[in-house]
Design a protein around this ligand. Structure first.
Ligand code: GLN
Ligand code: ZN
Length: 769
């Protein structure tokens, strides 16, 4: 295949880059500033150094146009809130007194004022701060950060393009401010917001911007005609301005769908589209509108949120097709590279051959540059890169890591009945009741107990070789003893071992499963200064040996009460990892489910009567578009059932999810066919209990009565009152008593007091039945 050189010279660009620096300098500087160890000037210097390093890195790699304004001390949506002057009332004094401290007050709260709410950025694991707006909101342009960062890049002699959150997405991501009617729609503020964007655009132009990028990822979600109309109006107005740079409207994370014709017709100069997962849909839609004559198309052909090497040949052929559909085609990642780690080349623990399958931000940048070069000069100009890429892809496809015949044969042999328990729920409950002999309103916890500094120190000592495995495990056993004896003394009915051996609920299992890789430096921003290092689900998954059985059985050996086995479910194992892209997710989930199924069965064989499989990620992984949800839920629920269906009828399966809003997936939760579910409910006064009842959810449930996100100890009366409220929705035979979530982030003193109150509350309410 040979691609002819493009008419207009294709350029390489990205929308954003990891902010933290190779050694997470940004985290250290910002946290140092909070602690008073780093002053504001030093923080600003660190930030400016990081920006310069990133830009230089991009330019040296051959990127023609670098992004600016994507840098953030905390979050780019919060930066947008500052840019449009939408500072919430309660933070105005702090921002006026000191903009930097006020900024962090909005992000983190202070003794006196609550922070902005934080929520997930689309279906990524990045969290943004939710703008709070109301009918009284008055916007005012504050382009200082954007202008300053553009000037920094221009001063380096680079071609730079400011990247802003677009006005429609900004409003669609906002929520009504406290005190504003819950049905207030922030989008009604569009006419007030557009003049502010107009002013920002004018100032960026004056500062030297030829192009400005406006990110509108909210347009890849299902949108009402009114919302699409708002987008039409927004870009007609902004496009109609005379004093403005050229506008590139960017979409990512999915297909544009109905919004594509809207943006194609808008008087803007460019569109950026995702041609990774959404490639086919976006290509068809683009062809259907007759392409983008006269416009610049930025093609996101390199996956910006996964870590696999690109198929350069396939991308070049997509780009070749696109050449016929726009005036000019540029090459980019599908979204900001914020969602991937910085540099795979620094990884030392991964075999060199396997490392070649991975592409983090630096490697992705090189891919983009290669693709732009191929598009500009024809494939012959990049033949060496293409050959090396083909070899890497071939090595990945044929590796025993990605192709384990035993795992494949087992997954292929799965039948529907493997994912069905031998008896329906209604019949199992009687057997479980007889087997477990629990009181009404049984008490339990979600799994983890406080992860003390001592435990973390012991883990670090083990890693550093200061203590040996035997010494470490002795420490873990002592902790389990303490946790079990506390629960017995307190009178909890179904005990846990406390998860002291787990560094993280996904990583712990990933380290023990074959097919997962761990990185040493693969940090990705989760929110603010919090970074996670997701494991890489690289190959076929198998479980060489039991992972949790000895800890659970050890705990069980210490007590006559049932000890609950504790596992992370298959959907969450995928959601909080980088997953392979060379097979459907459902297939990967099935492999993980089979490995976990063996663990579940081994726990049962070792005498465990209650086993909890946590799926906190079930809802957050829900596809952005409604049309894709049924397919996702089908494989997700099947994977859960495959994990759990191999047990006897009298073994009780629990699951746990950490959120309060899930009305839209009650059916899916029922389809898990678990016996008991625990959920977050304390803050919403048992709202979930009412929702479950409203949907006729037939199973046992434990809506949390203890908000574990705060060190506050709930009183007995308070917990009892929540239980009484719960009983109005869920009958006593099906109501469990538990906290909202695990206790790993809590200290022992408040955990002790809270659980004692929880048990007393359960006893009090039992006596009223
Ligand atoms: N079992 C886990 C724990 O208790 C569940 C954590 C979670 O739901 N995120 O920590
Ligand atoms: Zn939870």
């Amino acid at each position: 295949m040979t691609t002819k050189p493009a008419a207009a010279a294709a350029r390489a660009t990205v929308y954003g880059y990891p902010r933290q620096g190779q050694d997470r300098q940004l985290k250290k500087a910002v946290e140092g500033y909070w602690k008073g160890r780093v002053d504001a000037d030093a923080l600003r210097t660190t930030a400016a150094d990081l920006r310069r390093t990133n830009w230089n890195q991009l330019a040296e790699a051959g990127v023609d146009e670098v992004p600016t304004g994507d840098f953030s001390y905390y979050d780019h949506v919060l930066d947008t809130t500052v840019m449009v002057g939408a500072i919430p009332e309660r933070h105005r004094d702090a921002v006026a007194a000191d903009p930097l401290d006020g900024y962090f007050a909005m992000a983190r709260g202070t003794q006196e004022v609550a922070p902005l709410e934080m929520t997930k950025w689309f279906d990524t694991n990045y969290h943004y701060l939710v703008p709070e707006l109301g009918p009284e909101t008055e916007f005012a342009a504050d382009p200082a950060k954007q202008v300053a960062e553009l000037k920094e890049a221009l001063a380096l002699g680079l071609t730079a393009r400011p990247v802003l959150v677009g006005p429609v997405t900004y409003l669609l991501l906002a929520k009504p401010a406290p005190g504003v009617a819950a049905d207030f729609e922030p989008l009604t503020l569009l006419d007030r917001l557009l003049p502010v964007y107009a002013q920002v655009l004018a100032e960026l132009r004056a500062a030297g911007a030829e192009w400005v990028q406006l990110d509108e990822p909210a347009l890849v979600q299902d949108r009402t005609p009114a919302e699409l109309n708002a987008a039409t109006r927004a870009y007609r107005d902004l496009g109609g301005l005379t004093d403005r740079p050229k506008l590139l409207v960017a979409s990512y994370f999915d297909r544009l769908g109905d919004a594509l014709p809207v943006l194609a017709k808008a008087p803007v100069e460019g569109l950026a589209l995702d041609f990774t997962e959404a490639a086919a849909a976006n290509l068809d839609a683009l062809a259907a509108v007759g392409g983008l004559p006269g416009k610049r198309l930025v093609a996101g052909v390199v996956n910006g949120r996964n870590i696999w090497v690109n198929d350069l040949g396939a991308s070049l052929s997509t780009l070749g097709t696109l050449l016929g559909l726009a005036d000019r085609v540029d090459v980019a990642a599908s979204c900001s590279l914020l969602h991937v780690p910085l540099d795979a080349a620094v990884e030392r623990d991964i075999e060199p051959q396997i490392l070649r399958w991975l592409a983090f931000a630096r490697q992705k940048t090189a891919e983009i540059v290669t693709l732009a070069k191929g598009l500009r000069h024809g494939t012959d100009a990049v033949s060496a890169e293409l050959a090396a890429n083909r070899a890497d892809l071939a090595s990945r496809a044929s590796s025993p890591i990605t192709r384990d015949p035993a795992v494949r044969a087992r997954a292929a042999a799965v039948t529907d009945s493997d994912a069905r328990r031998s008896q329906p729920y209604a019949e199992r409950t009687a057997a479980q009741r007889a087997h477990l002999g629990l009181p009404l309103l049984p008490t339990t916890t979600i799994g983890s107990f406080p992860q003390t500094g001592e435990l973390r120190t012991a883990r670090a000592a083990l890693r550093a070789g200061r203590i040996d495995t035997a010494g470490y495990e002795e420490r873990i056993r002592a902790e389990i003893q303490e946790v079990v004896s506390f629960q017995e003394k307190t009178g909890i009915d179904v005990l846990v071992h406390g998860e002291p051996e787990r560094n993280d609920m996904v990583q712990y299992f990933a380290e023990q499963l074959t097919g997962y890789l761990a990185t040493r430096h693969g940090w990705v921003q989760s929110y603010g200064t919090r970074y996670v290092r997701p494991p890489v689900l690289a190959g076929d998954i198998s479980r060489p040996e039991p992972m949790t059985v000895r800890w659970t059985t050890y705990a069980q050996s210490l007590t006559d009460r049932p000890v609950k086995g504790m596992l992370t479910g298959p959907v969450t194992m995928l959601a909080w990892s980088f997953v392979r892209d060379d097979q459907p997710l459902g297939e990967t989930a099935r492999q993980v489910a089979l490995a976990l199924r063996d663990e579940v069965n081994d726990l049962e064989a070792a005498g465990t009567s209650v086993i909890q499989v946590d799926e906190p990620a079930l809802r957050e992984t829900l596809p952005l578009r409604e049309a894709d949800r049924a397919g996702y839920l089908a494989w997700a629920t099947e994977a859960f059932r495959l994990t759990t269906a191999g047990v006897r009828p009298d073994t009780q399966i629990h699951t746990h999810m950490c959120y309060a809003e899930f009305g839209d997936i009650v059916q899916a939760i029922d389809d898990l066919d678990a016996d008991v579910i625990s959920l977050e409910a304390a803050r919403s006064h048992m709202q979930v209990a009412r929702e479950l009842a409203a949907h006729g959810y037939p199973r046992e449930a434990g809506p949390g009565v203890y908000d574990i996100h705060s060190p506050r100890v709930p009183s007995t009366q308070e917990a009892a009152q929540l239980l009484r409220t719960g009983l109005e929705a869920i009958p006593a035979e099906r109501l469990w008593v538990n906290p909202d979530c695990g206790l790993k982030t809590r200290g022992w003193p408040e955990t002790r007091a809270s659980l004692e109150n929880l048990v007393t509350a359960a006893r009090t309410v039992r006596a009223e039945l």
